[in-house]
Design a protein around this ligand. Structure first.
Ligand SMILES: CC(C)(COP(=O)(O)OP(=O)(O)OC[C@H]1O[C@@H](n2cnc3c(N)ncnc32)[C@H](O)[C@@H]1OP(=O)(O)O)[C@@H](O)C(=O)NCCC(=O)NCCS
Length: 186
């Protein structure tokens, strides 16, 4: 099973394949990129192989909309991932979104562009009541992406995640399907 191809002005969003190992490893090994994410920095290409072969393939087989490989059209290579997955196995009708981008492409609006396309597709095809996202409170770039997507700040979950020897606060954001559809019409 593969993900439906999505397109934006600068990007394609598509399933990852083992041919993407070099591109994914190039950013997944960067400690600056993985500083605020829940997965470990990739130590070698075997970690990346396992991410694509085990994690990604399983998600695709389960029908989850993650991880979408973000392909920069201009360079025809994967520069990050974005994805939406069901929380509590669909029981609550809520999806969660996550994303990561190679450092050399930060600050060009690319993740906002990618996430917009995915939110469009996720709300249309899966019809969740809302899509949420959370970030370590210090991760201002990620919070800004959520705000630019029209998400509402719900609150701070204190010390909710333990990473790199620190108990980090998590900021939680969400957007209702109704809100997303309303702002697309305007
Ligand atoms: C978070 C991340 C995906 C953002 O991707 P991006 O393509 O740079 O995002 P965009 O360019 O669409 O938007 C980033 C916004 O954050 C702002 N920003 C960046 N660093 C910031 C900081 N330290 N403080 C405040 N704002 C900041 C940018 O100015 C931009 O806002 P603007 O368009 O109003 O100027 C990218 O930084 C990344 O991959 N980080 C590492 C992985 C990660 O943290 N993933 C999220 C886990 S929750």
């Amino acid at each position: 099973m593969t993900l439906k191809l999505l397109e934006t002005p600068r990007l394609y969003l598509r399933s990852l394949t083992l041919q993407d190992i070099d591109d994914v490893y190039a950013y997944a090994k960067d400690p600056q990129v993985s500083k605020y994410v829940t997965w470990e920095t990739h130590k070698n290409q075997t970690d990346t192989y396992e991410f694509i072969q085990n994690f990604a393939s399983k998600k695709y087989a389960e029908g989850e909309l993650e991880p979408y490989g973000i392909v920069l059209k201009e360079e025809n290579r994967v520069i990050g991932t974005v994805g939406c997955s069901w929380l509590n196995q669909k029981k609550d009708n809520i999806m969660s979104m996550g994303y990561v981008l190679a450092r050399e492409y930060w600050g060009k609006g690319l993740m906002t562009e990618a996430a917009q396309a995915l939110l469009d597709y996720a709300f249309e095809s899966q019809e969740p009541y809302l899509i949420m996202a959370w970030c370590i409170a210090e991760n201002k770039a990620s919070a800004r992406v959520m705000k630019k997507l029209g998400m509402t700040f719900e609150g701070c979950l204190r010390g909710r995640i333990f990473r790199h020897g620190t108990q980090w606060d998590m900021d939680c954001y969400s957007i209702l399907q109704k809100e997303w559809l309303d702002c697309q019409i305007k």
